[in-house]
Write a protein that binds this ligand. Structure first.
Ligand code: SF4
Ligand code: SF4
Length: 320
C-alpha cells in the first residue's frame, strides 16, 4: 500500500543538493570523538572493501522463498537488527552514480540508537550514530557472506552505497517518511539508522505500508518549530518525480555540522512515544515544553555543557 505515489519516480543523485561547505565539513570530521573516528575507519577501510563477497559456484537452490525470507529475517534479528523488511529492487530508486544494479531484492534493516544518547545533541550522540553505522555495515557484510555461500550474489549497501536507504526502508515496509525527512518506524520511532543488502537470492518482498504516520505529519509541525535551520517546511515537494516530505539540506547543513550531526528533529518527534522509546520520549518532552522552540532549544544545548561551539561560525538562518 503506502502513502507515496511513485508512478513518475526518477533516479536520485547521491550527495547534498548544492554541495557541501568543505571547510565546515573538515572541522566537523576533525572534531569527532575518537570512538566515532575508529568506527568510520573500520567501515571505510575494511568493511567497504568486503561489501561484495565472491559467490560460491556450487549454488544451493532456494526452493521455498517464503521460508528463506523468514530465515533471512531471523538471521538479521539474531545478529542485532531491530527491524527487517524486504523490497523489490526498482532501478528508479538507485543513485545515478551507481551504474546498473543487477540484484533483484533489497533486504533493509534498522538498528535502534539509544534514545537518551541520541537526544544528547553533542559528542555522545555522534559516538552513538557511528557505533550503530558500524554495526549495520558489519551485519551487512556478514549477511552478504552468508548469501554468497549459498551461491547468490549479494552486496552490502552502506549509507553511502548504490541506493537511498530511506527510500528502500519505505519500500520494504519498515515505516513511513516523516516531515523531518527521516523514516519513522512504528516500533523504533525516529531513533534508528538503516542498513541494506542487495541480492539476487529469491525472496518475498513486503512492500510499502501505511502506518498512519503521514496523516500525523500533515497535522503536526513540532520538527518544523524546533529546527534551528528553518530546514523543515510545512509542505511536501516534488522531488525526482515524487511528491513527498523533503528537507532543505543546504539550510540544515550548518547546524548539522555545528551540533555534532544535529538530531533535534529526530529527538522532538512525538511519534517516538509510540514505540520502544515511549518512556524516554516522555522525559524528553519536558525539555520541549521548557524550551518551546528552536531558539530555546539552541540556548539550552549551548548552556548545558562545556562543548566548544565557538569554532563554528554562527549560521544566520534568516539571512539565506
Ligand atoms: S515532529 Fe511531527 S511533523 Fe515532524 S516528523 Fe514527527 S510527527 Fe511528523
Ligand atoms: S538535523 Fe537539525 S538542522 Fe537539520 S533538519 Fe534536523 S533539526 Fe533541522
Amino acid at each position: 500500500m503506502g502513502t507515496i505515489d511513485t508512478t513518475n519516480a526518477t533516479r536520485p543523485t547521491r550527495g547534498r543538493v548544492g554541495g557541501t561547505d568543505a571547510d565546515r565539513a573538515a572541522k566537523f570530521r576533525n572534531r569527532m570523538p575518537p570512538s566515532a573516528k575508529r568506527s568510520v575507519f573500520i567501515r571505510m577501510k575494511i568493511l567497504l572493501n568486503n561489501r561484495k563477497p565472491p559467490v560460491n559456484p556450487e549454488r544451493q537452490e532456494i526452493l521455498d522463498s517464503t521460508t528463506a525470507t523468514a530465515e533471512m529475517k531471523q538471521m538479521l534479528r539474531d545478529m542485532g537488527a531491530n527491524a527487517v523488511g524486504i523490497a523489490d529492487f526498482d532501478p528508479r530508486f538507485a543513485f545515478t552514480q551507481a551504474g546498473e544494479v543487477k540484484e533483484k531484492f533489497v533486504i533493509v534493516y534498522g538498528i535502534a540508537m539509544s534514545f537518551d544518547t541520541m537526544a544528547d545533541i553533542g559528542p555522545r550522540s555522534q559516538e552513538e550514530v557511528h557505533r550503530v553505522y558500524h554495526q549495520l555495515d558489519d551485519i551487512g557484510v556478514r549477511i552478504a557472506n552468508q548469501i554468497a555461500a549459498f551461491g547468490y550474489s549479494a552486496t552490502m549497501q552502506p549509507n553511502e552505497g548504490d541506493i537511498p536507504l530511506v527510500a528502500y526502508a519505505w519500500l520494504a515496509g519498515l515505516g513511513e517518511l516523516g516531515k523531518h525527512g527521516s523514516l519513522i518506524s512504528p516500533e523504533l520511532g525516529a531513533s534508528f539508522r538503516l542498513g541494506a543488502v542487495t541480492t539476487d537470492m529469491p525472496l518475498v518482498a513486503d512492500g510499502a505500508q501505511d502506518f498512519g504516520i503521514d496523516e500525523v505529519c500533515l497535522k503536526c509541525g513540532v520538527c518544523t518549530r524546533f529546527c534551528p535551520g528553518d530546514a523543515i517546511g510545512p509542505e511536501k515537494h516534488l522531488v525526482n518525480g515524487v511528491e513527498r516530505w523533503h528537507i532543505d539540506t543546504k539550510a540544515c547543513e550548518p547546524y548539522f555540522h555545528k551540533l555534532y550531526g544535529c538530531k533535534i528533529c529526530l529527538m522532538v518527534c512525538p511519534l517516538n512515544s509510540r514505540g520502544i522509546f515511549g518512556a524516554e520520549f516522555k522525559k524528553a518532552s519536558k525539555v520541549l515544553v521548557q524550551t518551546k522552540d528552536a531558539a530555546g532549544m539552541l540556548k539550552l544545548i549551548e548552556e548545558r555543557s562545556n562543548i566548544d561551539y565557538a569554532e563554528f561560525q554562527e549560521p544566520d538562518a534568516k539571512a539565506r
